[in-house]
Ligand binder design. Structure first.
Ligand code: UDP
Length: 318
């Protein structure tokens, strides 16, 4: 296959590029590098089956030659990024997804959209199955992300129904691992960086809110299988093992051997109280379930964050 990967220099997008290349496919990576990082694809630049275009997908864009799949990973995805870039986030989930769908239609290619567990908002049904419609505040601070992804799913289904496009919708639950930005504000890099730098670990609220963390390799394997799946309806891809954020912070504290204590900070508005995927559909339709235990995934991530911190402390910018 020759595949377009938008957001291909981001955390998940760059791992997806690696996966496709390792299978012998060709990759056209498109990224505007607003939240993506050229470093994530630096090792691919000389690869004969890899092309990179710095391009904002909210403007119409062309790709020459045949394409078999358009995989859309382009969006700010961490709460502090989309709070800083709310209009860009809404644009990439609407105009950006429209441009990707048009490209897929023109090329008669499959289309895969990386949607999110944020479609469920602050869920009143637990665990979350794909047929739960969610509890989203449409005008709250997270709405730019939640509603752009809900719109993206609706637009994808409209292309499937109207044009018969082969479409694939992933609802991704909290995923972590190497290539997350140290400063992206999400709980995994934040707590790891704090623990490594000898700072207090910040838990928002009382830490009783829950998340279910999926290691990046598992996530990428689920997404890759999804591209081969004929079912057009959303499929949750995440790890169903749930933990409170306080337990999670304690785990990182122990793992890193942190010196300073855990401290409590105000809970951001509309922070979901609980989140855990029901992965019955992923098991049945993709033959997929996560394999990497949290402790192992955190160890692998820790090695990466240690290296990133060492690099940032020696870079001329610091
Ligand atoms: N969180 C925290 N301390 C931090 C960053 C995040 O306690 O320094 C909490 C956040 O309030 C949320 C959970 O960790 O309840 C996961 O946050 P993250 O931003 O990683 O992802 P979300 O699931 O909210 O999109």
């Amino acid at each position: 296959m020759r595949c377009v990967v938008t957001g291909g220099a981001g955390f998940l997008g760059s791992h997806f590029c690696d996966r496709l290349l390792s299978e012998g496919h060709a990759v056209v990576c498109v990224d505007n590098l607003v939240t993506g990082d050229a470093q994530n694809i630096a090792h691919l630049r000389a690869h004969p089956r890899f092309q990179f275009f710095q391009q904002d997908i909210t403007a119409p864009f062309r790709v020459d030659g045949q394409i078999q799949a358009v995989c859309d990973f382009a969006s700010p995805a961490s709460p502090i990024d989309y709070a800083r870039l709310p209009i860009e986030t809404l644009k990439v989930g609407s105009f950006g997804v429209y441009n990707c769908l048009e490209l897929a239609r023109e090329k008669d290619a499959d289309f895969l959209i990386t949607s999110t567990s944020e479609c469920y908002g602050d869920p009143l049904v637990h665990p979350q199955r794909e047929d739960y419609w969610g509890n989203v505040n449409p005008v709250g601070p997270r709405s730019c992300y939640d509603e752009s992804k809900r719109f993206a799913e609706a637009l994808t289904m409209a292309y499937h129904r109207t044009h018969g496009l082969r479409t694939h919708i992933a609802r991704i639950f909290n995923t972590y691992g190497p290539r997350m930005r140290l400063d992206d504000g999400r709980v995994v890099p934040t707590l790891m960086a704090q623990a490594l730098e000898g700072e207090e670990l910040t838990v928002f609220g009382d830490g009783s809110q829950t998340r279910s963390f999926c290691y990046v390799d598992d996530q990428i394997d689920g997404l890759r299988r999804l591209l081969d799946c004929k079912d057009p309806y959303p499929i949750n891809i995440g790890n169903p093992i749930e933990t409170t954020i306080l337990e999670f912070a304690e785990r990182i504290h122990r793992l890193v051997g942190a010196k300073r204590p855990i401290v409590f900070r105000p809970l951001p508005q509309d922070d979901p109280k609980q989140r855990k995927p029901d992965i019955t559909r992923a098991k049945q339709l993709l033959g997929w379930e996560p394999k990497v235990q949290l402790e192992e995934g955190l160890r692998r991530s820790l090695d990466y964050f240690k290296e990133s911190l060492a690099k940032s402390s020696t870079s001329p910018r610091s």
